[in-house]
Design a protein around this ligand. Structure first.
Ligand SMILES: [Cu+2]
Length: 365
């Protein structure tokens, strides 16, 4: 009874926190949805009114049809117990290692131990074996049961450490850099090598959860609790350098279909590399318990061809690193670029000193 009371208090506190956080969550991005599109200026006045219907949510801001996720690609599936199908180069390695090395070894060991247990239970039960053996040591047996596990662990360690090291190999120079910043409770993104692109991504609520005229989730956006208002756009067949950090508590940026899970720690930059193999929409979630709305900060990545990625960068007012002249620092800040933190990477791509957002030292007198 006392436990029950304690549980309800904890639950109630959680709920209270949850609704408070809900109210505070910056939701600038949904608001920009209706204002970013210049083409809809004629509708702008109508959309400004509370009763207006939002722009067609199945369209991108530039009017093109949004890419819908495919069944079973980059998504959890009903009843799924294994790894998600992998769509990155490193993911293939991990998938093979898990399915064809780790699983057989652990199943084999479990079955072997179960059989031994069975033999002990039946053959040496008191009824069948009233006079127990007094044997205490068997040197040969002891050497075997020490050596065999050591050899098994060594055999696993080699491919395991190789895979681990591969995930943290520094990205090549032509990599596209994505900086993901965890916030309570949404993600914001920057493309430090592509000018001033910065935006945040919030969970899309269901139709019955939003006020009239607000943006809600459609099936084109993705599944419930995984769809975001702004998708991260990344090129396929190009190494991606993922850098994570956080503005408040530890979060973790994870896309199961890419074999990526990287903690986002305040005051630190973590880095990993992966290469996406196929265009599509891929989903993930924050994977470090980060507070009351931890479950409501999903990640949606749209992988496109390198040409489409470049077009997207230009449409966002950004630049490509191989542009002849300096990236246009004067590019207008993106609407929705509401999250500018101290760890912002300067446009020249140099890594920042944390807590010092100015890229060049002020003139020294
Ligand atoms: Cu989080």
């Amino acid at each position: 009874m006392r436990m029950l009371g304690l549980t309800s208090i904890v639950l109630a506190a959680g709920l209270a926190l949850g609704s408070a956080g809900h109210a505070q969550t910056p939701t600038a991005a949904p608001a920009t949805e209706s204002t970013t599109t210049e083409a809809t200026t004629t509708d702008a006045a109508a959309e400004a009114t509370a009763e207006a219907t939002p722009a067609d949510p199945t369209l991108n801001p530039d009017g093109t049809q949004k890419v819908a996720p495919k069944e079973g690609v980059g998504l959890p599936v009903n009843g799924g117990i294994g790894l998600q199908d992998q769509y990155s180069v490193i993911g293939d390695d991990g998938h093979v290692f898990h399915n064809y090395v780790l699983l057989p070894v652990l199943i084999g060991i479990s079955v072997f131990v179960l059989i031994l247990l069975g033999i002990v239970i039946f053959r040496f039960r008191r009824a069948a074996n009233p006079e127990p053996s007094k044997t205490a040591h068997n040197t040969a047996l002891e050497i075997v049961w020490t050596l065999v596990p050591v050899l098994i662990l060594l055999a696993i360690a080699v491919p395991s450490i190789r895979l681990l090291a591969k995930q943290y190999e520094p990205a090549p120079d032509n990599a596209v850099t994505l900086k993901a910043i965890g916030n309570q409770w949404f993600w914001s993104y920057e493309y430090p090598d592509n000018g001033d692109i910065a935006f945040s991504a919030n969970l899309l609520k269901e139709r019955n959860e939003v006020e009239a005229g607000q943006r809600y989730r459609t099936d084109v956006d993705g599944p419930r609790l995984l769809a975001t208002d702004n998708r991260v756009v990344l090129p396929v067949n190009t190494p991606i350098r993922l850098i994570t950090t956080a503005s408040d508590v530890i979060h973790s940026w994870a896309i199961p279909a890419f074999w990526v899970k990287l903690d986002a720690v305040p005051g630190r930059l973590n880095e990993t590399t992966f290469t996406i193999k196929e265009p599509g929409v891929y989903f993930g979630q924050c994977s470090e318990l980060c507070g009351a709305r931890h479950a409501y900060m999903p990640i949606a990545v749209e992988a496109v061809s390198p040409e489409e990625f470049e077009a997207w960068v230009r449409a966002k007012g950004g630049s490509m690193p191989d542009d002849a002249d300096e990236p246009s620092n004067a590019a207008p800040a993106q609407e929705g670029a509401d999250i500018v933190d101290d760890t912002a990477t300067p446009a020249d791509g140099s890594l920042p000193t944390l807590g010092n957002s100015t890229s060049a030292p002020a003139s020294v007198e």
